[in-house]
Write a protein that binds this ligand. Structure first.
Ligand code: GDP
Length: 355
């Protein structure tokens, strides 16, 4: 009885899982994010009108809405999903090799027309090294000859609408790709046929253009993490925060974009990186449509993990992407916190030197 109560309690206290997107260039990582988000960063970025915080938060209600056609009764226990969306970014490579526990799960994007490519293998090796769970998004299914669009439909439903020829071509390509994964020492299987999740990695066919399979991908991400990572996802008040990017933003000076993995940040908190300063403002984009408008951040008095946050403060030009951010608590000795920050910075710098 006691253990039941405890597990109930911890379920109520789960933070959002953090997910990153990896894969070869041009497989559709950016497009997939756009599709999930319902925005168009690709075009926006080209026009230079967008600004990013490096992480997008999907509240549970949004995920519920997007997945309702799958009729999954299982309840969502996590508050949402935080997706790190700087896949091609310099500092991300730094973060990746860091082996920090930043991402709880990854989406590995593979182009169904191309199969495994050099950077797919590179990503796989990083995932293996870190022991990170991942789900394969087998993207661009709409490019199979004669694809009938079923916008945003669950994949099984969409597949049923397709011709026998198309289904055969799909199966042939899928089998080849499963073989390629096997050559890398990994078992993979279509997610709805996968009876051994954990041993066998799941494949979700998707189209980032017409949205087929996106509900499946979202639901699988959330259900899998909340089922198998309860301990890791149990909210802890111990702060864990990583700098994603250091950048100048008009009207705000030098800012840092961080991922708050655990704990709480408050306006006015004294933070320690390479510098000691106080948080002037805690900013997030507007949920789900953050990339539309310029200069419209939401201000927060405090923010609880997990979340992507833009921090403004003095002296941030000395901050370094990939390093941890430390908060001086009421019982902390500032010198101890400085030492910890310095250690962390040295590790990151030596890694940059080596690469
Ligand atoms: P990234 O380099 O992995 O971020 O790839 P992008 O998201 O920039 O996509 C590369 C190209 O493939 C772009 O021209 C996209 O429009 C296109 N693309 C991405 N996903 C899909 C898809 O699911 N179907 C089709 N037909 N094209 C896609």
């Amino acid at each position: 009885l006691v253990s039941e109560a405890t597990s109930k309690q911890s379920e109520d206290n789960l933070r959002s899982p953090i997910c990153c997107i990896m894969g070869h260039v041009d497989t559709g990582k950016t497009k997939l994010l756009d599709c999930i988000r319902g925005t168009n960063v690709q075009e926006g970025e080209a026009g230079g009108i967008t600004q990013q915080i490096g992480a997008t938060y999907f509240p549970a209600e949004n995920i519920r809405e997007r997945t309702k056609e799958l009729k999954a009764d299982a309840k969502l226990k996590v508050p949402g999903l935080l997706v790190i969306d700087t896949p091609g970014h310099e500092s991300f490579t730094n973060l990746r090799s860091r082996g920090s526990g930043l991402c709880d799960i990854a989406i590995l994007v593979v182009d169904i027309m191309h199969g495994l490519e050099p950077q797919t293998i590179e990503s796989l090796n990083l995932l293996k090294m870190r022991n990170t769970e991942f789900i394969v998004a087998l993207n661009k299914v709409d490019r199979l000859y004669g694809w009938k669009v079923c916008r945003n439909a669950p994949i099984v439903k969409a597949m049923k609408q397709q011709s026998k020829d198309l289904q055969n071509e799909f199966n042939m390509r899928l089998t080849q790709i499963i073989t390629q994964f096997k050559e890398q020492g990994l078992n993979t299987e279509l997610y709805y046929k996968n009876k051994e999740m954990g041993e066998t990695f799941s494949i979700v066919p998707t189209s980032a253009i017409s949205g087929e399979g996106i509900p499946d991908l979202l639901l699988l991400l959330v259900q899998w993490t909340q089922k198998t990572m309860v301990e890791k996802l149990t909210y802890s008040s111990e702060m864990q925060c990583t700098v994603l990017e250091v950048k100048v933003v008009e009207g705000h000076g030098t800012t840092i974009d961080v991922v708050l993995v655990n704990g709480v940040l408050h306006e006015g908190d004294q933070i320690v990186g390479p510098i000691v300063t106080s948080i002037r403002a805690l900013l997030t984009p507007h949920p789900m449509k953050e990339l539309r408008v310029k200069g419209t951040y939401l201000h927060h008095k405090k923010i609880k993990a997990a979340m992507g946050i833009k921090i403004t403060a003095q002296g941030l030009e000395h901050a370094i992407a990939g390093t941890g951010l430390y908060v001086v608590g009421p019982d902390d000795d500032i010198e101890d916190v400085k030492d910890a920050a310095m250690e962390d910075m040295k590790t990151v710098m030596s890694r940059i030197d080596k690469s």
